[in-house]
Design a protein around this ligand. Structure first.
Ligand SMILES: *[C@@H]1O[C@H](CO)[C@@H](O)[C@H](O)[C@H]1NC(C)=O
Length: 341
């Protein structure tokens, strides 16, 4: 009897092992297919089989992470987007081009800036500048760390619409190529306030059409840069670490904001009100184009990103507003600014 049991045990062990290896194989095959479908969808090509294998591993890990996250109770969801074959480290390096090294310099400069909206006392419960025709379609910076240019341009497109009545898509590439006097370094990162300074000195910015986006650093086309479609006379910083002040500003116009967009939750954000996880190491420039409150009472900022319309909510993210920290969620209230017509 004991012998029989032992045989049964060994047999059972072998069977279960074979079955688990089988299912493991099936998982690998399914994952490969999943990855290949994803490659087609996003037009991804790898240089060889090794690279493909390597990317498939990362893809697999990201899928697991996204699934695990979505199984939990959160106010937002993650999704398999165009960044699914990148580790979080790679993602940060490629896409987030707001220069953190300038933070210190900036904090000092902020002290003396005037704030024209300080006495604004009435702010609506919700506001969406897209509804007022002051926001152009979502753009895609692709693999160039010039979020700062997209952030500044979106804010400028907003004030241009408000002051002239015309919504004109303006050129980020002009900033990438021509704004090299300050610490701005095109695809290697830059700073929204420096972009505004360049635009003021240049006496304007040309259209997206005149100076189209390439997504790489290039030589300044001075001929196109001299054709001005819109101009600004100055810019101001929103008082730092003050979400109430940011609300006053955004009530009046879309504003450039810097955030910490380095986490995997940000990388794979697909919808809902983003409530974290993030720190306050500012590394990404985006544009606050409104705010609101959900039916469950969660207040949020409506933020335009520059990662195409397949990321987030058609290219936008709603980020929790009026959080406990004075810096705001992901540091959104730390270094906001806006151009003046
Ligand atoms: C806000 O109101 C105060 C007090 O009336 C005034 O001194 C200040 O100049 C006003 N600020 C702006 C930007 O208008």
């Amino acid at each position: 009897m004991a012998k029989f049991l032992l045989v049964l045990l060994v047999f059972g062990f072998i069977i279960s092992h074979v079955v688990s290896i089988r299912s493991l194989n099936r998982d690998v095959i399914e994952m490969k297919e999943e990855h290949e479908k994803w490659m087609v969808k996003h037009g991804r090509v790898y240089k060889d089989e090794d690279e493909k294998e390597h990317r498939m591993e990362i893809f697999k890990n990201n899928l697991k992470l996204i699934e695990l996250f979505n199984a939990g109770d959160h106010k937002f969801k993650l999704g398999v987007n165009q960044f699914a074959d990148l580790t979080n480290e790679e993602f940060k390096t490629i896409y987030n081009g707001f220069k953190p090294s300038l933070k210190k310099i900036k904090e000092v400069a902020t002290e003396s800036s005037s704030f024209r909206y300080e006495n604004v006392s009435v702010t609506p419960v919700s506001l969406d500048w897209r509804m007022k025709g002051a926001v152009t379609a979502v753009k895609d910076q692709s693999q160039c760390g010039c979020c700062w240019a997209f952030s500044a341009v979106a804010a400028m497109e907003g004030i241009t619409k408000l002051s002239t009545g015309k919504l004109i898509s303006l050129s980020e590439q002009e900033l990438v190529d021509c704004d090299t006097a300050g610490e701005d370094e095109g695809c290697n990162g830059g700073f929204m306030d420096n972009a505004f300074e360049f635009i003021i000195k240049n006496k304007g910015l040309t259209t997206e059409l005149n100076y189209p986006y390439k997504g790489t650093d290039g030589k300044c086309n001075t001929k196109q840069s001299a054709i001005h479609a819109a101009s600004i006379t100055g810019f101001e910083d929103v008082p730092s670490n003050n979400e109430a002040a940011l609300l006053k500003a955004v009530t009046n116009q879309p504003a450039s904001v810097a955030i910490d967009a380095s986490g995997y939750a940000f990388q794979f954000y697909s919808g809902g009100v983003f409530t974290g996880y993030c720190g306050t190491d500012l590394d990404h420039g985006v544009t606050a184009v409104g705010y609101g409150i959900t039916s469950d009472g969660t207040k949020y900022w409506l933020v335009k990103n520059s990662w195409g319309s397949s990321w987030g909510e058609k290219g936008y993210i709603r980020m929790e507003r009026d959080v406990d920290a004075e810096q705001g969620l992901c540091g959104i209230a730390m270094q906001a600014s806006y151009p003046i017509a």
